[in-house]
Structures are given as structure tokens and as C-alpha cells.
Write a protein that binds this ligand. Structure first.
Ligand SMILES: Nc1ncnc2c1ncn2[C@@H]1O[C@H](COP(=O)(O)OP(=O)(O)OP(=O)(O)O)[C@@H](O)[C@H]1O
Ligand SMILES: [Mg+2]
Length: 221
């Protein structure tokens, strides 16, 4: 399977006469209803760095504050939407592209989409940022030394990768490109998951995604 590039997608759209339908209920109206903005909180980091753990702590905090949220988690997405994809560089990129498109729709729905994917390639993460828009995208780097991740190994994946049973395993036999300028870095070997989630929550507030009145959400754009 070849990676769909932007020019191909544009050609297919034109060939099929695909246009975007704008309904009467806008993103701003949906955000006003939710009382917060739509956004993507994108966690990236090695396997076992703590992305899922922190993402779900964060979702609980947001839920308790009355926010509409959804967590997209690696393995869950590969059960259906991306079940046809493997872990080659090409398929990893396509995996992130599809998830990016999905989160864009959630932002349009006025929801806070929290994602927990290794997403090892910088260009793929930057593409999602461009797609969603800078103001609606927070990149959270869960930094953790590979040896700490390998010692945690909650799914036994590092052990299997080191035995050669899993090919192209990030951090062992496939690369991970660290974010150059993330919105926030969490050092999960020094900071517990709850504290980390609270720091992300504070950042979401600082960026005025939450914590604004319903009317202000509508006025903001
Ligand atoms: N400070 C911390 N933050 C997050 N997880 C931690 C922390 N300290 C220890 N852990 C443990 O590390 C493990 C992290 O696993 P988790 O499934 O969250 O990682 P992940 O980054 O989602 O990995 P994968 O990419 O394989 O899905 C869990 O067992 C968790 O309890
Ligand atoms: Mg996970």
C-alpha cells in the first residue's frame, strides 16, 4: 500500500466531485454548547513511557470538570479503523494520518480529543498539527529513558523485541524522533502520572481551551 500524498488526495476529491457540506450548526455553536473549545491533546513517546496512563488520568480530570472528551489509544484504533495497517514506516505514517483526520472531525465536533500513540515520526506529528491548526493542537512529549521503559514493560513487548520476536519495535529496532519543540515535556521517570496529568490540565487551561464561559467560547474566534 502506498502512502496517500496530499496531491493524490486532492486529485481524488476533484475526480469524485467531493465538496465539504457546511451545516447550520457550526463548530463555534458546538463549542458553546460544551462550554469549552475543541482541541487535540497529542501524547507521544516510547512504548511504556506512560502515554495511555497519563492520557486516561487527564481524561478523568477533564470529565470531572464537565468537559466532553475522547481518548484515542494505539491498540484500540488498530482493532478497527487501522486494522489493515502494519508497523512499517509507511503504514505507521498512514496510521497517524487517519488518526489525525479523525481527531480533526472531533475538534469540529467541539470535543477534546486525547491521543496516546507512539507516533515516532516528527513529520507525521507536524502534519497533524497543520491539519488541526496550531491553536487547537498540544503536543505532549512523554520522555522516559528507554531502559526505564524496558524495565516497566507492562505488555512484555520489550522482552519480545529484544528476543527478535517483534520486528521494527520503536526504541529497539525502529527509530523514535523526539519532538524539537513540544508544548510540554513530561519526565515520567521523575514525575507520577497524576502530577503529570494535572500539568497537562493546567496547560489546557492556560491556552484557554477550557475555563472560559460559554459566551466567551463563542466570542473567542
Ligand atoms: N510517572 C508515570 N507515568 C506514567 N506511567 C507510569 C509512571 N510511572 C510508572 N508508570 C507505569 O508505566 C507503565 C506505562 O504504560 P502505558 O501503557 O501507559 O505506556 P504507553 O506509553 O501507553 O505504552 P504503549 O505505547 O505501549 O501503549 C504503566 O504500567 C504505568 O503504571
Ligand atoms: Mg498506550
Amino acid at each position: 500500500m502506498s502512502k496517500p500524498i496530499e496531491t493524490d488526495i486532492q486529485e481524488v476529491r476533484e475526480k469524485n466531485n467531493v465538496t465539504w457540506f457546511n451545516g447550520a450548526v457550526s463548530r463555534e455553536k458546538r463549542e458553546n454548547l460544551h462550554g469549552h473549545k475543541g482541541a487535540v491533546i497529542w501524547f507521544t513517546g516510547l512504548s511504556a513511557s506512560g502515554k495511555s496512563t497519563i492520557a486516561h488520568h487527564l481524561e478523568r480530570l477533564l470529565y470531572e470538570a464537565g468537559c466532553s472528551t475522547y481518548v484515542f489509544d494505539g491498540d484500540n484504533v488498530r482493532h478497527g479503523l487501522c486494522a489493515d495497517l502494519s508497523f512499517t514506516p509507511e503504514h505507521r505514517s498512514e496510521n497517524i494520518r487517519r488518526i489525525g483526520e479523525m481527531t480533526k472531525l472531533f475538534v469540529d465536533a467541539g470535543v477534546i480529543a486525547v491521543t496516546a500513540f507512539i507516533s515516532p515520526y516528527k513529520e507525521d506529528r507536524d502534519s497533524v498539527r497543520r491539519l488541526v491548526g496550531d491553536a487547537s493542537f498540544l503536543e505532549i512529549f512523554v520522555q522516559c529513558p528507554p531502559e526505564v521503559c524496558a524495565a516497566r514493560d507492562p505488555k512484555g513487548l520489550y522482552e519480545r523485541a529484544q528476543r527478535g520476536e517483534i520486528k521494527e519495535f520503536t526504541g529497539v529496532s525502529a527509530p523514535y524522533e523526539e519532538p524539537a519543540d513540544p508544548d510540554l515535556t513530561i519526565h515520567s521517570s521523575d514525575e507520577d502520572a497524576d502530577t503529570a496529568a494535572r500539568r497537562v490540565y493546567d496547560l489546557i487551561k492556560q491556552r484557554h481551551i477550557i475555563g472560559v464561559s460559554r459566551e466567551a467560547v463563542e466570542d473567542h474566534d
